[in-house]
Design a protein around this ligand. Structure first.
Ligand SMILES: Cc1ncc(COP(=O)(O)O)c(C=O)c1O
Length: 367
C-alpha cells in the first residue's frame, strides 16, 4: 500500500537521533519545558525569523491559545475560511465567538471581503500555499495566521509564518514537518503577547507548585520533553525533506500536465512548501475507493462547507460559496511524502492516468 504518510519511513529516517534523545529524557528527571523544549523553540525562531516560539500540544490548541491571548471572547466576530480542516473553526466555537466565513479562491486559498464587519481575522493557507496577504494588510482588525499547513511556505519571498500578529504550526503526522501523533507551536514577535501565551499554555500560572498567583485564564498545553525532542529532530531534518518533497511535486507536475489532468493551480506569489498534492476528479469518493483497491491511499481534503455545517450556526447557511463547493466535491490529495521511491511515484502516476476519465480532465476548464 502506498500511504499518504509512512510513519515507518519517518522513524527509519530519524531513529538513531530520536532514540538516543528519548532515552536521555526518560532516564532523566525533567519532563516539562526542559532543554529540548528550549532548543526546539529556539530553532523555530531561527527558522522563521519570529522573536518568540512556544510549543503546544497541537496545532488546534495553538490556535485556541492564540485567540485567547489576543482577547477573543464570546460574541466577537472572527473572520475565517469556509473550507479547511475543522480544527480552524473549533477554537472560535470553543470561545463562543462567532465565525464569519469567507470562501476560498480557485487556488484553495482563503479570500476576504474586507468590507464585512469583523473583530478579528483568522487567515488560513491550505495545501502548503498561501492566502494573498497584501490584499488584507490594511485591514484594521488583528490578523492571526492559522499557518498549520504553511511552515516553510514563502509569500512574496517572506515566510508565511511571519505574517500576522501571531501564527501557528502543526507538527501532526500528516504535516510537512511531522512527528508521531500531534504537536504544535505559536509564533509571535510582541513581548506582551508572548508573556500571555507563556502563562496561558500552563493554565495561567507560572509554577506547577502551589502558592503562586494565577495571572491568566489558560489551558494545559505545557510542552513535554519527549514531544519536544521529536519536534527538534524533525526540524533538523526539515530542509532535506523539503528538497525531496519538491522532487515529488515536480515529477507529478510534469506527468499530470502532459496528460492534461486537473491539478490545483498554485498561486503566482507563493513558493509553496509542497505539503499536499491535489488533483480534481468528478466523484472524489469513488476515485478514492478505486485507488484504494489498487493499493494507493488518497485523502479527501476536505469534505465540509462550514457555513452549512449545523454545529457552526446557521447565520450564513443561505450564502453561496462556489469554490468551497468545487473543492468539497472534486479535490483529493494523493501520496506525495518525501520517502516515496521512484517506482512508487511511477505507479501513482500510471494508476491515476489509467483511472481518470475525460470528464475528470474537463474539470481543467472550470479552474
Ligand atoms: C489548516 C489547519 N489548521 C489547524 C490544524 C490543526 O492542527 P493539529 O492537527 O495539530 O491540531 C490543521 C491540521 O490538522 C490544519 O490543517
Amino acid at each position: 500500500m502506498i500511504k499518504i504518510v509512512s510513519t515507518d519511513r519517518i522513524y527509519n529516517d530519524i531513529q538513531v537521533t530520536l532514540d538516543a534523545r528519548l532515552k536521555q529524557i526518560y532516564q532523566g528527571t525533567t519532563h516539562f519545558e526542559g532543554d529540548f523544549c528550549l532548543q526546539a523553540e529556539q530553532k523555530l525562531c531561527e527558522m522563521t525569523g519570529r522573536k518568540h516560539a512556544f510549543l503546544t500540544h497541537s496545532g488546534t490548541s495553538a490556535i485556541h491559545l492564540m485567540l485567547m491571548a489576543k482577547g477573543v471572547k464570546a460574541g466577537d466576530k472572527v473572520g475565517c475560511t469556509n473550507f479547511s480542516c475543522p480544527a480552524t473553526v473549533m477554537p472560535i466555537m470553543a470561545l463562543q465567538a462567532q465565525p464569519v466565513f469567507f470562501d476560498i479562491d480557485r487556488h484553495g486559498q482563503q479570500s476576504v471581503q474586507i468590507d464585512r464587519p469583523i473583530d478579528y481575522l483568522l487567515v488560513t493557507g491550505l495545501y502548503g500555499d498561501s492566502f494573498d496577504y497584501d490584499k488584507i494588510s490594511n485591514i484594521d482588525v488583528p490578523v492571526l495566521n492559522d499557518s498549520a499547513q504553511s511552515f516553510g511556505t514563502l509569500y512574496k519571498g517572506v515566510q508565511n509564518v511571519k505574517l500576522g500578529e501571531a501564527s501557528i504550526i502543526s507538527f501532526s503526522t500528516n504535516k510537512n514537518c511531522p512527528i508521531f501523533g500531534t504537536y504544535g507551536a505559536i509564533l509571535c514577535d510582541d513581548d506582551n503577547l508572548a508573556q500571555k501565551i507563556y502563562l496561558m499554555r500552563r493554565n495561567g500560572y507560572k509554577n506547577r507548585d502551589v502558592g503562586t498567583s494565577i495571572q491568566e485564564i489558560g489551558i494545559n498545553s505545557q510542552p513535554q520533553e519527549d514531544k519536544a525532542a521529536q519536534v527538534l529532530t524533525s526540524l533538523e531534518r526539515f530542509s532535506d525533506w523539503q528538497i525531496k518533497r519538491k522532487n515529488v511535486f515536480d515529477h507529478y507536475d510534469k506527468c499530470f500536465n502532459n496528460e492534461k489532468i486537473a491539478i490545483r493551480p498554485t498561486t503566482s506569489y507563493t513558493t509553496p512548501n509542497y505539503h499536499k498534492y491535489v488533483i480534481f476528479v468528478q466523484d472524489k469518493y469513488k476515485f478514492r475507493d478505486k485507488l484504494l483497491a489498487q493499493d494507493i491511499e488518497c485523502q479527501l481534503h476536505y469534505t465540509y462547507n462550514f457555513a452549512k455545517t449545523e454545529v457552526f450556526g446557521d447565520k450564513q447557511k443561505n450564502e453561496n460559496f462556489p469554490w468551497t463547493d468545487f473543492y468539497k466535491r472534486h479535490a483529493i490529495s494523493i501520496p506525495a511524502h518525501p520517502w516515496l521511491t521512484k517506482n512508487e511515484m511511477d505507479y501513482v502516476v500510471d494508476t491515476i492516468q489509467k483511472n481518470v476519465t475525460e470528464e475528470d480532465k474537463n474539470l481543467c476548464q472550470k479552474l
